[in-house]
Design a protein around this ligand. Sequence first.
Ligand code: IMP
Ligand code: MG
Length: 174
Amino acid sequence: MTDKIRLLFTEEQIDARIREIGKQITEEYEGKEIVLVCALKGASFFACELAKRISLDVKMDFISLSSYGSGKTSSGEVRMLKDLDFSIDGKNVIVVEDIVDTGRTLSYVMGLLETRKPESLKLCSLLDKPSRRVVDIQADYVGFEVPDLFVVGYGLDFDQKYRNLPYIGVVEND
Ligand code: IMP
Ligand code: MG
């Protein structure tokens, strides 16, 4: 590890917040089945932990999108690298993302999934960076709001590194 990482949220804080969101979703969707759509790769850690904290029937599916090149700059262009395995027609769908930054990726995804006629469609993001938004999109469930800093850990990467950090931090030197 060459970069210095400043701690923002501890593993315990993240775990506690995920339990809260899981409880909220469990209450709001009482008696229903949910499809969690995890956006690879960043949201994978969050989606798995969240699924464990929802006391309902949960199915999981995965999509893979590319909106960023390498490094920290957005290309602005969204591509679908892997689509859903199953139909979401008539399903209660919650898209699980790692972070909403400019909002471009999520605006594309939500628009696309909406055309597939789910019963309901919501967005749950571990992190929200509202100061960077260029597209008007708001997550229905947010773990933590973060300032305009590049964050890593708990699934979030910098050039594919640091996803495996059990906490969330800021890359300090570069
Ligand atoms: P958006 O389309 O600009 O909202 O970008 C969303 C995607 O960019 C996220 O799913 C992340 O993969 C990536 N991203 C945005 N900000 C950060 C960050 O601070 N750290 C790591 N990845 C980020
Ligand atoms: Mg992502």
